[in-house]
Design a binder for this molecule. Sequence first.
Ligand SMILES: [Zn+2]
Length: 324
Amino acid sequence: MPKRFIFMGIFALIIAAFAWTAADSWQKKQLSKDTPILDKVQETTVASEASPIIVVSSLFPWYDLSREIGGDRVNAKLILPPGVEAHAFEPTPGDMISISQADLFVYTGDYLEPWAQDILAGLNGSAPESLAIGKDLAELPKAAPEEAGLDPHIWLDPMIMFKAAGRLAQTLAKIDPDNKAYYYERLENYQVRLEELDANYRQTLSTCKQQEFIYAGHYAFGYLAARYGLQYQAAQGFSPDAESSPQALSELLKSLKAESADYIFAEELDNPQLAKSLAKDAGVKILMLNSAHNVSKEDLKAGLTYEEIMKNNLKELSLGLKCQ
Ligand SMILES: [Zn+2]
């Protein structure tokens, strides 16, 4: 596979450059160590403050989870740039350096980030600890029959997030055992909130006049629908790259009419034109659901969380499905 060789070649160059930079900065550090700039008091303060561990995540839900569980002890980084579509994403050389400098790299699993194993293998001895947080958590088949494998959108089920949170806390405690109690305390608080979120979903969605939601985007909400006993149809397959066939679209229109739905659901970062044209043809309005793969620049800056996204999704679902 020539593409792979080119990839590995570029990668080797980057590692060489990185090693050179690291050696250079080590030399500078040694120099400043020998120079008596710091007085005794300052030195003691610096030595007692262990720096936070760096956790680099592939997707927004894991980035948010590392903030929630890691608190002050974790410097959380997201390699997916804001607003970028997650499925087609491929890391840049800069991302590879970020991963190599991390204490922990979190990704969903080989079924969603097939590039992760290549990077980790390429880093050899200098690869960080890694966590395929969704390993064995995906169990639903992909939406379209022609797509092999499992539906990767596990984070849209709060109770799968509950399990993922436990895995992350366990891994953080292994890497940074001095703060094990801190991580587990934060885990416990967060899991209580996830249980509340789940209870709210269960309660609200048990009172709806309609049980089917129709989504003018890719098939991301299969786990959510399965958890809360809803029917779900999407215009596209599991990835936004997937074509939506005219036949699939006419099926959606039929369902919208049969359900006498007032709304179709859509995603901001995902194909607004398709949602607009379906809404127009079916004579319905558009409600937004956020599939939380990623967030916009503004939302990232404002510190939007997974929990807030899911609460907002419930409001939209409740309106669209005519729940009490
Ligand atoms: Zn997706």
